[in-house]
Write a protein that binds this ligand. Structure first.
Ligand code: DQA
Length: 358
């Protein structure tokens, strides 16, 4: 698979340009990291940068690749012409921004280009480029149908229909807008390739509570209205998504066969005092009325946590296991190995899902 990567105006100055906003990675360093990620995925990259709007439009018009990743830089906020060029071509285009354009000057919050793109990733630093690549690869692997479960634009989930066992995926990211369901896509594809139907949920993030939790509950309640019936349902959450899943499972009218929670947050108060990334978001959840401490419902619950987790303290899972009947599984891993099909951590979680209904 060949992917064209277009970097817009001023991105040639990465590394020295406002490093407090864009980081210290230079464009050539980013290109070499991207080549490493691409090679691991069997993708070849056509890497470009231009300060000229016309040249970028010419590159889009003459694209000869299965997909495009574009960081249009400031052209995102000014150029209907770049948006039109993206609209005019059939190759899927993923828009990337290194910074969180929604949390900066008001004029940056709107991108004219997003509406024409298959997906937009922002605010994840240069790693957003890797995530864009993963999204292109994952969405080219198996057919996916977006299925709405509510009126808000984020009340949607990607359904990959294969077997009669449904696995619902709830992503993490401290209920922040910049982290979206594409972070669970690799494991969704892996499950679907093993014959399990997957529904990878999006939900309202900014603000966290009550929107996020209630969206996940609405999605679980919606399962009987999906296009087919399922013999068995498994719910998998990661990190902040595990909090939402664990809150919603005992409340839904859908029967959940098992709850598998990876690197989860279950005690907002203690997570809010760790001083790590996301601590403030946990306290904000409590201030918005989210229950500070969760306990599992009656279904089979397994809590997976890496003892070297750099984002969520493994005590979150071990404390919950000690005050409930949930099973605890620990590994030596960090926070993200659970989301990577090539890692044994994910395979451990997957091994707890019966391939067909029991
Ligand atoms: C940017 C964000 C834009 O607002 C800005 O004009 C850029 C870079 C980013 O990657 O965060 O040049 O696209």
């Amino acid at each position: 698979m060949r992917v064209l990567v277009i970097n817009g105006p001023n991105l040639n100055m990465l590394g020295t340009r406002e490093p407090e906003v864009y980081g210290s990675t230079t464009l050539p360093e980013l290109e070499s990291r991207m080549n490493g990620w691409a090679e691991a995925l069997g993708v070849s990259l056509d890497w470009r940068q231009s300060n000229s709007e016309g040249e970028i439009i010419d590159w889009l018009q003459s694209v000869d690749a299965a997909g495009v990743i574009i960081n249009p830089a400031a052209l995102s906020h000014t150029s209907r012409a770049v948006a039109d060029a993206i609209q005019a071509i059939t190759a899927p285009v993923v828009e990337v921004h290194i910074s969180n354009i929604k949390a900066r000057e008001a004029w940056r919050a709107e991108s004219f280009v997003s509406g024409a793109c298959a997906h937009t990733i922002f605010g994840r630093g240069v790693v957003g480029y890797r995530d864009a690549l993963l999204h292109l690869v994952n969405s080219s692997t198996l057919p996916t149908a977006p299925v709405r479960y509510g009126p808000h634009e984020d009340n949607i989930g990607d359904l990959r229909v294969t077997g009669s066992h449904l696995v619902v995926l709830v992503h993490g990211g401290f209920w922040r807008e910049e982290y979206a369901s594409d972070t669970m896509e690799s494991i969704a594809v892996d499950l679907a390739q093993s014959g399990l139907t997957t529904w990878n949920l999006e939900y309202r993030r900014a603000g966290g509570w009550p929107g996020s939790g209630h969206d996940v509950l609405t999605a679980l309640d919606f399962i009987p209205q999906l296009e087919r019936t399922f013999d068995d349902v498994t719910v998998i959450g990661h990190s902040a998504g595990a909090y939402l899943a664990m809150w919603a499972i005992p409340r839904t009218s859908t029967t959940v066969g098992r709850s598998l929670q990876m690197a989860g947050i279950f005690d907002l108060r203690s997570a809010g005092t760790t001083g790590t990334v996301g601590a403030r978001d946990c306290l904000k959840m409590i201030e918005s009325g989210a229950p500070a401490i969760l306990t599992p419902g009656a279904e089979r619950t397994v809590l997976f946590h890496g003892l070297a987790d750099e984002v969520v303290d493994p005590g979150q899972s071990s404390d919950l296991a000690s005050r409930s009947s949930a099973e605890l599984v620990t590994t030596e891993s960090g926070h993200f190995q659970w989301l990577d099909p090539s890692k044994e951590e994910w395979q451990l979680v997957k091994s707890r899902i019966p391939a067909e209904s029991p």
